[in-house]
Design a protein around this ligand. Structure first.
Ligand code: TRP
Length: 328
């Protein structure tokens, strides 16, 4: 089976864009792929974190991923810090990457421009990400376009490592970008992707928002003045985004949906209702799980054991290839 690997940071609340853009895809992948999902808590530490908040967010994200449909029986779901092979391979990736190529990473440039304290970990972040992926002999990495440069780097490092070793030690992964239909934009600034880091909380629907908040945000979503319902993301980004949301939430095609509306009001009302309906069962499962720390702990322990059995074999191969002696 094709192995897929995805990582997600426990750095904030999941929003509708994450759910419809990435997580829905991951839930499907579990049945067609050997799917590995990693909550990358070590990556979160590249920026300052309050320990209590990090702990809380890690548990909450794990519960939410399971509530969204990741099935620990069908996939491998674990925490990065529970599998020490990640940092161990990361070191070897740091010794494979050049200072120059890490300096060219646009995410590092963006984040370091905003950071008060630029940690060395922020700089070597992509080497740890490459290690995450390469440890599992990953074939495909289904993450957003914003990760393109990082996945390219992981491919380059795998190829460089193999060519230095003179043998195929690491599998060279492919980046697969989820289909464009699921690109959800900010409700207030429909030219930008929906994101938790934007200034406008009114533009972002969180997976855990209550129905009132969802209705209010969609009702106030930016549209345009011509009052024509048409799917045209260039000319009509706001209206098209509402059609995308309604389409993704109901499994229908946004252009086909456009024909069923001739005013914005009903489109907004239906989009809000569809999102509320989509999120209700997720929120109910989440509320149960997040209180049940025993279940979360056991999911994570099982996941780490499964992950480790693959990761330790890869690391042993890599150590041997560079000339490190086996420990035992
Ligand atoms: N950098 C990714 C992000 O910010 C998270 C991540 C860490 C990741 N390791 C990964 C994604 C490995 C895919 C594969 O979203």
């Amino acid at each position: 089976m094709v192995r897929s690997f995805s990582g997600i940071q426990p750095s904030g609340d999941l929003h509708l864009g994450n759910l419809l853009g990435a997580i829905t895809r991951w839930v499907q992948d579990q049945h067609t792929h050997d799917a590995v999902f990693c909550v990358v808590d070590l990556h979160a530490l590249t920026l300052p974190q309050d320990p209590a908040v990090l702990r809380e967010r890690t548990v909450s994200l794990t519960a939410l991923l399971v509530a969204c449909g990741l099935d620990p029986g069908a996939c491998t779901l674990f925490l990065q810090s529970h599998v020490p092979e990640h940092t161990r391979l990361a070191w070897l990736m740091e010794c494979t990457a050049s200072f120059g190529e890490l300096s060219r990473m646009t995410q590092f440039k963006d984040k370091s421009a905003r950071a008060e304290f630029i940690s060395a970990g922020l700089f070597t972040y992509p080497a740890l990400q490459a290690a995450d992926i390469l440890l599992y002999d990953t074939d495909v990495v289904p993450v957003g376009d914003d990760q393109r440069q990082h996945i390219e780097l992981a491919r380059d490092l795998a190829q460089r490592f193999n060519s230095r070793a003179g043998q195929d030690v690491l599998v060279v992964p492919k980046h697969v970008i989820p289909p464009v239909g699921a690109r959800i934009m900010d409700l207030q600034e429909p030219g930008n992707k929906m994101s938790k880091s934007l200034e406008s909380p009114q533009g972002t629907i969180l997976v855990l928002d209550d129905p009132k908040a969802i209705e209010k945000k969609i009702k106030r979503a930016v549209t345009d003045a011509d009052n024509e319902v048409r799917f045209d993301p260039e000319a009509k980004p706001g209206v098209s985004n509402l059609l995308s949301i309604l389409g993704a939430a109901t499994g229908r095609d946004p252009s086909a949906l456009a024909g069923e509306y001739d005013m914005y009001g009903p489109l907004k009302a239906d989009a809000a209702e569809a999102v509320v309906e989509l999120l209700a069962p997720i929120q109910a499962r989440y509320a149960e799980l997040v209180r049940d720390t025993g279940t979360i702990t056991s999911i994570l322990h099982t996941g780490a054991a499964k992950a480790r059995s693959v990761a330790s074999a890869t690391l042993a191969r890599v150590h041997d290839a560079v000339g490190l002696l086996p420990p035992g």
